[in-house]
Design a protein around this ligand. Structure first.
Ligand code: NAP
Length: 476
């Protein structure tokens, strides 16, 4: 069993106030690997009070340079211990080691980026906007912010929620997803040597008690959540009670519009990563292929061959490309999506089944003959499943791509420069790629339109969202 840590509140570890614990499962073996504390409302209040006290007494007086120094120290500590973070993520999420390590290297870079951008916040200058009065326009922190994390990228999402907020001068309470608390708790252990008590708190427990408790707490000024659209709508409703800022990074159903002049081999090579990475449990997963009739057969054939070649297996084996899904229950939901699609007439070109009978392993799946309005095209499956549809005209392809409630990411594949510009303008998604698929470096904003939520993670835009603007008018 992995080490039990408890709740990290005010720089100390404590059990839940009623002593309750939950079990952490390895999705590749279905074995119990650890226990975590299930916090109560009382624990949530303790964490928020600690964060408020730390904000009032310590953190709000720090300079950007002082905060940046602590963020760099934190990034260095994660880097020094990256192998342990990688082992824990692979164990808890079924991710292959090389992928988990890559995610952590990226997270370290994000922390260093936030440390850099907090040094010189941008804004309008102090000026005489009214005669005889000097107005100073200040960018200030919000106070206590809460971060609610999903299970698909546990450490990365923790980093997105916690460190931009700390860099902006807020204190934070982070709730990891119930099923993936291990790297968050390990990070908290290292953070105890970096940040003053109460600045960074980690509270494990359920969405209904810890998540909702943070959304309702009057001292929490902002809730930043990455998760499903359904949970996002509930959080927005709860935040309205105290008019908190809600920052919502939600689901996706990314279309990829492929024209007759696309370089199909480049498309398919790119999609080996972006359709199936993390077993398709990725908000930006390229999962809807909308293909012009002239290359439709070639795309179906090559995507099918590629999906068959993806190497699924033990997360700890060096040659594994994709590991297990997050739980057997989630894998069964993915399977049910596929089965319902087949009942509606969909054709499975490859995949569609569980691999073995132990662990949450599922075949990379390519599905054709689907209707635009069908569930498999419209709903986020969050598994290694892609659909391929056919279109004739540019207008038709564009309409099919936009006909979806989500708006996170999209791509266009064509060698016609003017058409790519037209498509990039008219696709209603937060990120649109042309002849490539999305990377998301720390410098670039990531976030959706429509039911994919609002608010941007990363980039200077994210930094600004964790601050508020104050005018100070001074007569002379
Ligand atoms: P989820 O069920 O919506 O949960 C997200 C977080 O919210 C978890 O910590 C969860 O706690 C908590 N939560 C659940 N119900 C809550 C409530 N009523 N009030 C407050 N908090 C609540 O999402 P998930 O299944 O973990 O993650 C998968 C989803 O995340 C997918 O839809 C995916 O597309 C999305 N995602 C989006 C992005 C992006 O950048 N847009 C990135 C990654 C993932 P529990 O774990 O305890 O339930």
């Amino acid at each position: 069993m992995e080490k039990y840590r408890g709740l990290f509140i005010n720089g100390q570890w404590k059990d839940a106030s009623d002593g309750k614990k939950g079990k952490v499962i390895n999705p590749a073996t279905e074995e119990v690997i650890a226990e975590y504390a299930i916090a109560t409302e009382e624990d949530v209040d303790l964490a928020v009070q600690a964060a408020q006290k730390a904000y009032d007494e310590v953190w709000s007086d720090t300079t950007p340079g002082e905060r940046a120094a602590m963020l760099y120290k934190m990034a260095n500590l994660i880097e020094e211990n990256i192998d342990e973070f990688t082992r824990l993520e692979a164990l808890n999420c079924g991710k292959p080691l090389s992928r988990a390590k890559g995610e952590h290297q990226y997270s370290i870079d994000c922390i260093r980026y936030y440390a850099g951008i907090c040094r010189n916040p941008e804004g309008k200058s102090t000026q005489e906007y009214m005669r005889g009065i000097t107005t100073s326009i200040r960018r200030e922190p919000l106070g206590v912010t809460a971060g609610l994390c999903p299970w698909n990228y546990p450490l990365m999402m923790f980093v997105w929620k916690a460190f931009v907020s700390l860099a902006a001068g807020n204190t934070v309470v982070i709730k990891p997803a119930s099923i993936t608390p291990l790297t968050a708790l390990y990070l908290a252990e290292l953070a105890a040597d970096v940040f003053p008590p109460g600045v960074l708190n980690v509270v494990t427990g359920s969405g209904s008690v810890v998540g909702e408790g943070l959304c309702k707490h009057p001292l929490v000024k902002m809730v930043s959540m990455t998760g499903s659209s359904e949970t996002g709508r509930r959080i927005a409703e709860l935040c309205s009670g105290t008019l908190k800022h809600a920052h919502l990074e939600l689901g996706g159903k990314a279309p990829n519009v492929v024209f007759n002049d696309a370089i199909v081999d480049e498309l398919v090579a790119t999609m080996r990563e972006h359709s199936f990475k993390n077993c398709g449990q990725d908000c930006g997963q390229a999962c809807r292929f909308i293909v012009q009739s002239g290359v439709y057969d070639e795309v179906v054939q090559k995507m099918t061959e590629m999906a068959k070649a993806v190497k699924i297996g033990d997360p700890f084996a060096p040659d594994t490309e994709q590991g297990a899904l997050i739980t057997v229950a989630h894998m069964k939901e993915v399977q049910e999506y596929v089965e319902r699609a087949v009942k509606e007439g969909a054709v499975i070109e490859t995949g569609g089944k569980r691999i073995g009978d132990k662990g949450a392993f599922f075949e990379p799946t390519v599905i054709t003959n689907v209707d635009q309005k069908s569930e498999i095209v419209q709903h986020e499956v969050f598994g290694p499943v892609v659909t391929i549809q056919k279109f004739e005209t540019e207008e038709e392809g564009l309409a099919m791509a936009n006909d979806c409630m989500y708006g996170l990411a999209a791509s266009v594949w064509t060698m016609d420069a003017k058409r790519s510009l037209r498509m990039a303008r008219k696709l209603h998604f937060g990120t649109v790629c042309v002849n490539t698929y999305s990377g998301a470096p720390a410098e670039l904003p990531w976030g959706g339109f429509n039911q994919s939520g609002y608010g941007k993670d990363m980039s200077g835009y994210a930094f600004e969202e964790y601050t508020q603007i104050k005018c100070v008018d001074m007569a002379f």
